[in-house]
Design a protein around this ligand. Structure first.
Ligand SMILES: NC(=O)c1ccc[n+]([C@@H]2O[C@H](COP(=O)([O-])OP(=O)(O)OC[C@H]3O[C@@H](n4cnc5c(N)ncnc54)[C@H](OP(=O)(O)O)[C@@H]3O)[C@@H](O)[C@H]2O)c1
Length: 300
């Protein structure tokens, strides 16, 4: 199949290109240069997808079977100070990509987020739970979901959470870098979520494309690694696996950290539907973290 990936030089985009290029013709689009992955330069277009005419023209030229729309304004705090940019990229441009899919009869896979929820639920969120975002990022990602739903019949919205992997700004790298410079790290201990390895998510997306896309019931699917933790617990695990010593980690509250964007206190996603359609869960996040730390070591 011919698969066009927006945000192909980002964290998930890179993992998807690497995973899908073995079996499919993959074309990447990103505002950044081609990422170091299996994508050949000839299969990559460096362009700004907020340029409506340019992206529609490119979609019509490529005429892909599937578009996986990963590009987004993913800076959660940045979205609070620049809501216009969040609206443009996460909502208007998502609607343009959906329009392109309609013109070329392409299937659209839209990557969404656990941040569409307010975090008040006491158990994991299923696909049936009603979203209620509490920050601009979550609100615009949800409006992106709505734009896709309103315009298309052939689409799948995949919600995931707390991504880590190479090629993007992520918690694991931030903690490891801070541990080199600071003697004490304060980490939030009142938000619970599912850390998810971009490589594992890419594998799950590839398998859904190969096996379930034609028959999937319902158009919303949660996919994360198994298990859950707080950011503090995540940081402690990173410290343990990376053998970091001589640096203290202190648990703090979200209020103490005082970030511009509010975050849901509990945004664990229930993966039962993914298990039912694929007959498996993704591996536990601790196992995924071990593999990511190995990947980092091997890339040095
Ligand atoms: N990261 C997470 O924890 C997380 C959790 C849940 C869901 N998600 C969703 O998963 C998807 C992938 O996330 P990610 O973390 O892999 O994102 P990412 O690393 O930020 O990658 C997004 C890519 O899109 C590019 N891009 C931004 N604006 C563009 C434009 N106007 N035209 C073309 N390309 C543009 C970015 O370039 P620049 O870097 O130069 O902006 C970046 O290379 C997103 O839709 C996100 O909402 C992410």
């Amino acid at each position: 199949m011919k698969i066009l990936i927006t945000g192909s030089s980002g964290m998930l985009g890179q993992a998807l290109c690497a995973k899908l290029a073995d079996r499919h013709e993959v074309i990447g689009i990103d505002i950044k240069e081609v990422a170091e992955c299996k994508l050949q330069l000839a299969d990559f277009f460096q362009l700004d997808i907020t340029d409506r005419n340019l992206i529609i023209q490119k979609i019509e030229e490529v005429a892909p079977d599937i578009i996986i729309h990963c590009a987004a304004y993913t800076d959660v705090d940045g979205c609070e100070s620049n809501p216009e940019k969040a609206q443009e990229l996460n909502v208007a441009t998502t609607a343009t990509i959906a329009e392109g899919c309609k013109l070329t009869s392409s299937y659209m896979i839209y990557i969404s987020t656990d941040f569409v929820f307010d975090g008040k639920k006491k158990s994991p969120y299923t696909e049936k739970d009603r979203p209620n975002p509490i920050n601009i990022y979550g609100k615009t990602k949800l409006e992106g979901e709505d734009a896709v739903k309103d315009m298309l019949d052939k689409y799948l919205i995949i919600r995931t959470s707390w991504l880590f992997g190479k090629g993007g700004k992520n918690f694991v790298d931030i903690i490891l870098n801070r541990a080199k410079k600071e003697k004490e790290l304060k980490v939030v201990n009142d938000q619970i979520g599912c850390p998810t390895y971009a490589i594992d998510l890419a594998g799950a997306v590839a398998s859904v494309i190969s096996n379930q896309l034609p028959v999937i019931s319902g158009r919303l699917l949660n996919i994360t690694n198994s298990g859950s933790c707080t950011w503090y617990e995540f940081a402690r695990e990173i410290f343990g696996l990376a053998n970091i010593s001589g640096v203290d980690i202190m648990p703090i509250s979200s209020e103490e950290l005082g970030r511009p964007a509010r975050r849901p206190k509990m945004s664990v996603l229930d993966n039962t539907k993914f298990r039912e359609i694929s007959d498996r869960y993704l591996p536990p996040w601790r196992d995924a973290l071990k593999r990511y730390l190995e990947e980092r070591k091997n890339n040095k």
